[in-house]
Design a protein around this ligand. Structure first.
Ligand SMILES: CC(=O)N[C@H]1[C@@H](OP(=O)(O)OP(=O)(O)OC[C@H]2O[C@@H](n3ccc(=O)[nH]c3=O)[C@H](O)[C@@H]2O)O[C@H](CO)[C@@H](O)[C@@H]1O
Length: 372
């Protein structure tokens, strides 16, 4: 990382999961368009997913040593040392033309602290309905907060920040998807409808197992349907074997870097209810079934989806944790009518009209630049 005196520098700080990094990439791409001279740098976590994602973009990044907090004497000491190390790394590259944008995850804290020590501006991108721990903590040190949902604005009570309800920023590639690329890459039929199953950036083992259980029932739809399943890295082995023997076109892919192309050839999506995934299904107006991640204490994925379900745009299914057969049964009850009836799918798609805010990235980018 070099110090760029004179140029505006925007640092996106955070990571640990795709849901933190991707909205920031969308905002960064827009900043590049609006102010091409801006130096953009990501301060991410050491989690491999951050480097996997960022190495495929035009943006430079540095993985900070900061780690999550753990209540254990040795780990507490390491936590403090790594926070301090991270803060020092960031401190050295900040100039008076720098802005820090917290994007969620424990890495944002030391970067925000370094910026505040130098009285530099700080923003937060918060895509979840319920703000995460790190964003709640950062809020009091922040000048602007960008939220996806209106209700979230009221949950930041400890801040004087200006709050913008922008929606979720989408990467620029979402504007020009190429379904034909996926059809040829995965040898799919252009004449069949496609069910896309995704466990989001880390994959979802429970969903994978449920789909494996449902394979025999899906086979009865093989004349008209095919399945594209994003299993998550390291979570695909059994499913790949089962899919290879299935009597339906069933492709298992561990991760897709051009997910916009996949969405564009899907007729139904089944997935979790991460804040970014939900925004993406809605952006493409796909009928979707979501299974909120069941292991969060605050059940925040359920809240990400609840308004959409009320509007008739999606169906929420309970992931029954260890009772995988029950999860499969829950999915099938909602999926079977959708597979059989195009009218229901069209109605759901209609209900998504106007929900996705297409100018989110532009609003966020221009508000960030105003602070520099
Ligand atoms: C288990 C957990 O704590 N998950 C959290 C995490 O989810 P997670 O990182 O899974 O985030 P989301 O579901 O919101 O977004 C996943 C992102 O990964 C992308 N993708 C996924 C699969 C793939 O093969 N290729 C690809 O590009 C999706 O297009 C999307 O952009 O961050 C979200 C945003 O803070 C939270 O709402 C979620 O609750």
């Amino acid at each position: 990382m070099t110090k760029n005196n004179g140029k505006i520098q925007v640092f996106f700080a955070g990571g640990g999961t795709g849901g933190h990094i991707y909205p920031a990439i969308a905002a960064a791409q827009k900043i590049r368009k609006l102010a091409p001279e801006t130096v953009i740098h990501f301060l991410c976590s050491q989690s491999p997913i951050d480097a996997n994602i960022l190495s495929k973009t035009e943006f430079e990044y540095t993985a900070l040593p900061a780690r999550g907090f753990a209540l254990h004497p040795v780990k507490i000491l390491n936590f403090i040392l790594n926070q301090r190390k991270s803060r020092n790394i960031v401190s050295q590259v900040l100039t008076e033309k720098s802005v820090i944008v917290g994007i969620g995850g424990y890495v944002s804290a030391p970067a925000v602290a370094a910026a505040k020590k130098k009285s530099l501006p700080v923003c937060l991108i918060n895509v979840d309905y319920v703000p995460g721990k790190s964003n709640r903590l950062m809020a009091s040190k922040t000048d602007k907060i960008f939220c996806q949902y209106q209700a979230t604005a009221g949950m930041f009570t400890n801040t004087n920040a200006k709050i913008f309800v922008t929606g979720c920023p989408m990467r620029e590639e979402f504007e020009t998807p190429r379904p034909e690329k996926i059809i040829s890459e995965y040898n799919l039929s252009p004449d069949k409808s496609t069910l896309l199953v995704t466990g989001a950036s880390s994959g979802a083992l429970n969903i994978n197992i449920a789909m494996e259980t449902l394979l025999p029932r899906l086979e009865s739809f093989a004349d008209n349907w095919q399945v594209l399943h994003l299993s998550g890295r390291g979570k695909d082995t059994r499913l790949k074997d089962a899919a290879a023997k299935a009597r339906i076109e069933y492709r298992v892919v561990d991760y897709c870097d051009n997910i916009w192309d996949m969405y564009s050839c899907a007729d139904i999506v089944i997935g979790r209810a991460g804040a970014v995934s939900i925004a993406e299904y809605t952006y493409y107006r796909k009928p979707f079934i979501c299974l909120p991640y069941p292991y969060h204490k605050d059940n925040h994925q359920q809240l990400n989806a609840i308004e959409l379900e009320k509007a008739g745009a999606c169906l929420i299914v309970e992931d029954m944790k260890e009772d995988r057969n029950a999860t499969a049964e829950n999915i099938w009850q909602k999926l079977e009518p959708l597979l059989s009836n195009k009218g229901i799918r069209e109605q759901m798609s209609e209900k998504t009209a106007g929900i996705a805010k297409k100018d989110a990235a532009e609003t966020i980018a221009s508000e960030i630049l105003k602070l520099a």
